[in-house]
Design a protein around this ligand. Structure first.
Ligand SMILES: Nc1ncnc2c1ncn2[C@@H]1O[C@H](COP(=O)(O)OP(=O)(O)O)[C@@H](O)[C@H]1O
Ligand SMILES: [Mg+2]
Length: 306
């Protein structure tokens, strides 16, 4: 079984790419086959965080049909079992990706033969980034403890919800008044609640179906760049707010401490968790990787039972 984890969260610089590279490494080191895919088209830099020289090709060769299968573009990294697909040579920004190309990428990702697929997404909430995030029913949301980052965190979830609802409400069975009202709703002020209210007016029988659709999604929350004097309960508080306010399941999976050596590792183009495996931040990342792969660990009977 393949598990796909898009890594998103709105704000730039919070550590999405760093976490993609680190979790990819740690999950591969557990013995799983992993591929990390750079989907930050126009701002690709995941290769640097993986300590790789500029990749010569990647997603571009799949889109221009030089190769038939996306897996042909998955190249080995310095970590055994960890592969990488670059988008460095894609000529477009993610916002300008052709609709057909986006669908082609999403469908190819869903067929890749790996245990874990991690998608490094770009900043912001443009439709293509949201659709990449919706490649899977499971996603990882990254933020920092700063209020601005947390605001973007909620904005991102809201944008994901609007995207799911709008896609569903496009279907013929919905009243044109619902479609028109939803099309007019955009920007940060529009909310799931407003949409569900309109739907309940015209299709009271469909509200439960829409809520169930949102319930299918599971999100893991990570707080990065955590410093000593910060509220150690913040992650749990955000989890509670998300579970109360949104319809999906939100699970806070851990904080990653701020470490100046991460910056140094990026500057020297080295892979942090490989170069500094015993720091507190690497420990934080290991715990998160273990939580993510927990269900796939072989069941070992405790000594006292066996
Ligand atoms: N836990 C951390 N401690 C210190 N610096 C970090 C940490 N996580 C990320 N960084 C720094 O933040 C920079 C931006 O991270 P990056 O993963 O590129 O963000 P994003 O992909 O979300 O835009 C990294 O280059 C690194 O220097
Ligand atoms: Mg990035």
């Amino acid at each position: 079984m393949t598990e796909i984890y898009p890594i998103g969260g709105g704000k730039g610089g919070v550590g999405k790419s760093f976490i993609a590279a680190s979790l990819g490494t740690l999950i591969a080191q557990q013995g799983h086959n992993v591929v990390v895919i750079d989907l930050d088209l126009g701002a690709s830099n995941l290769h640097t965080l993986l300590a790789m020289k500029n990749p010569k090709h990647g997603l571009n060769r799949y889109l221009d049909k030089t190769v038939k299968k996306l897996e042909s573009e998955a190249v080995p990294t310095i970590i055994p079992n960890l592969f990488f697909i670059s988008s460095l040579h894609c000529s477009m920004e993610v916002a300008n990706l052709l609709h057909a190309h986006k669908l082609k990428i999403i469908s190819a990702i869903q067929k890749l033969p790996f245990d874990y697929i991690l998608l490094d997404l770009g900043t912001g909430t443009n439709f293509n980034t949201l659709d990449f995030f919706l490649t899977s029913k499971e996603g990882i949301l990254v933020g920092t403890p700063e209020p601005t980052s947390i605001e973007n965190f909620f904005r991102f979830i809201n944008a994901v919800y609007l995207r799911i609802l709008k896609q569903t409400l496009k279907r013929a069975e919905f009243h044109s008044a619902v479609k028109d009202a939803v099309t007019e709703m955009s920007g940060p002020t529009a909310g799931t609640h407003d949409i569900l209210k309109i739907v309940s007016k015209y299709h009271p029988d469909k509200v439960a179906h829409l809520k169930n659709k949102l319930r299918e999604f599971e999100f893991k929350l990570i707080l990065n760049q955590f410093r000593k004097n910060m509220d150690s309960n913040l992650g749990n508080k955000i989890e509670t707010v998300c579970n109360r306010h949104f319809h999906s399941n939100f699970q806070f999976v851990g904080t990653i401490r701020y470490d100046g050596q991460i910056h140094d590792a990026v500057i020297s183009k080295t892979l942090y968790v490989q170069k500094y495996p015993h720091t507190q931040s690497s420990d934080d990342l290991k715990k998160i990787a273990e939580k993510i792969t927990k269900s796939r660990k072989p069941t070992v009977l405790p000594k006292e039972i066996s």
